[in-house]
Design a protein around this ligand. Structure first.
Ligand code: G3P
Length: 218
């Protein structure tokens, strides 16, 4: 499973890169606004660190504007994937940009039917939002399972399932079990993935026993 970092936190991206955890990065207008960083500058900086896909989202609402913004963003670096919303305008922009060999991430997907449309429009990635479905009392992870089943039924669909709106490590485990190709993770969720109280307890006991042996490796 590939991990994308759902953040523009440069220190976190560099930190996770050292252990091979960064296969790409995703952003959205809210993440950019919260960071206070200049959109184009931060995307350029991330692309200088990460060679995998870096998603940058358009904000136009009509397909012509989305295509124009997408082409502009893609000129920042070849690995910029253009994020478009799952609307008919977005699907039209998706088809146009995909036909120009530009990676497209279709975002704000909340149903398997929507994911089917994105696949037909040639999306490189489909982003089902798990946490936001959980927020309204649905089982977000069912959507990953359904999209996986549908895409497996139609091998001509090459779209990768990018589990988004991931809030905790349980989401990561289930997305992996259900076969999501990618999970995009906030930095804290990446950190939490390695943690287990029994690991800490076990390590403490090993180190104490080692100390009492009086030995040194080097
Ligand atoms: O990048 C889109 C997605 O991951 C947003 O997550 O937590 O705002 O629903 P969230």
């Amino acid at each position: 499973m590939k991990f994308f970092i759902d953040s523009v936190d440069i220190d976190a991206i560099k930190e996770f890169n050292k252990s091979g955890m960064v296969d790409g990065v995703t952003t959205n207008p809210s993440i950019i606004a919260k960071s206070g960083r200049d959109f184009k500058e931060v995307i350029e900086e991330i692309c200088s660190i990460v060679s995998g896909p870096v998603s940058a989202e358009v904000t136009a609402t009509e397909s012509s504007g989305m295509i124009e913004e997408g082409l502009f963003l893609n000129r920042i670096a070849r690995n910029v994937a253009i994020k478009v919303p799952l609307t008919w305008e977005g699907l039209e922009a998706c088809k146009n940009l995909s036909d120009q060999d530009i990676m497209v991430n279709v975002t704000l997907c909340f149903s398997a039917q929507q994911a089917l449309l994105a696949g037909k429009a040639g999306a490189t990635f489909i982003s089902p939002f798990i946490g936001r479905l959980d927020d309204i009392g649905e089982e977000g992870m069912d959507l990953i399972r359904d999209i996986k089943t549908i895409y497996n039924n139609y091998p001509e669909i090459k779209t990768e399932i990018l589990a988004a709106s991931i809030r905790n490590i349980e989401h990561v485990k289930k997305a992996a079990i259900f076969g999501a190709d990618i999970a995009t993770l906030p930095p804290q969720v990446v950190r939490d993935l390695a943690l287990h109280p029994l690991t800490d307890k076990g390590l403490e006991a090993f180190l104490n026993d080692w100390k009492s042996s009086g030995q040194k490796i080097i």
